[in-house]
Design a protein around this ligand. Structure first.
Ligand code: UDP
Length: 239
């Protein structure tokens, strides 16, 4: 369509931890609330892709500390993310939003395999695409996968939702009372100062490919919808 601006397309990273409401497993009321917020944005015409973490079930690094082989532990972690994806899909569909789950580890009964061009097609049709099983590779994180999927599916930006913190700070706000929240930070600064809110691989992938990132707190009324719309919340991380 000549002249018509293309709709906003964003990738939202949801950490698994929030899905459990602080416990192991899925808290349906939490997921329902998240789905409602995503649905509000989708109804406004915003194209939304989602990467879901799995920290509410298993983290590979933690299982490794307890004596498991790292790679196998990471596969367990990846499988955990898929359960969160299905829960989110369920509540999005209850909101009347068409949704597809695509996983990096093939499991045809519950999800499509990850096929980038098909994912883009779904987004163009207004479907929410939920990416599960991370990258399908041990030693990766869902933060890094978020940057990769956003790049491959041509999203305008990555929105990293965080729980318990509302943006990027110049020091750890949990331990340093003088820590200040930053409105804007460059990828270089974020990497140089070793800010841990998002992992370094995700920062550097975005930096190398000039993909802006917003780090924001998911708590608070409608914060996810606001971030999806492009309102200025949290911290903008860019070149
Ligand atoms: N994981 C992995 N490769 C990936 C993505 C995830 O091995 O590409 C594993 C890893 O063990 C990780 C777990 O899946 O600890 C859950 O993902 P993550 O910790 O990123 O979830 P979140 O912290 O966002 O809930």
């Amino acid at each position: 369509a000549s002249g018509a601006a293309s709709p906003r397309r964003v990738l939202l990273k949801l950490s698994g931890e929030v899905f459990g409401g602080g416990k192991v497993g899925v808290d349906p009321e939490v997921v329902r609330g998240i789905a409602r917020q995503i649905a509000d944005a989708v109804r406004e015409g915003i194209e939304v892709a989602v990467v879901v973490g799995g920290g509410n079930f298993f983290r590979g690094a933690e299982l490794q500390q307890k004596g498991m082989d790292r790679s196998r532990a990471d596969y367990i972690g990846m499988l955990g993310t898929v359960m969160n994806c299905l829960a989110l899909q369920d509540f999005l569909e209850k909101e009347g939003i068409d949704t597809r789950v695509q996983t990096a580890i093939t499991m045809g009964q519950v999800a499509e395999p990850y096929i980038p061009r098909r994912a883009i097609r779904h987004l163009e049709k207004g479907r929410v695409v939920i990416f599960g099983a991370g990258a399908g590779m041990p030693y990766f994180s869902t933060d890094t996968v978020s940057a990769q999927r956003a790049l491959e599916c041509r999203c305008d930006m990555v929105l990293m939702s965080k729980s318990g913190v509302d943006g990027v700070y110049d020091a750890d706000p949990r331990t340093d009372p003088d820590a200040r929240k930053l409105e804007h930070v460059t990828f270089e600064e974020a990497l140089r100062t070793g800010l841990k809110v998002v992992d370094a691989a995700a920062f550097s992938l975005c930096m190398d490919n000039k993909l802006p990132m917003v780090v924001f707190g998911m708590e608070g009324d409608g914060n996810i919808t606001r971030a999806l719309r492009g309102e200025r919340i949290g911290t903008l991380v860019s070149a």
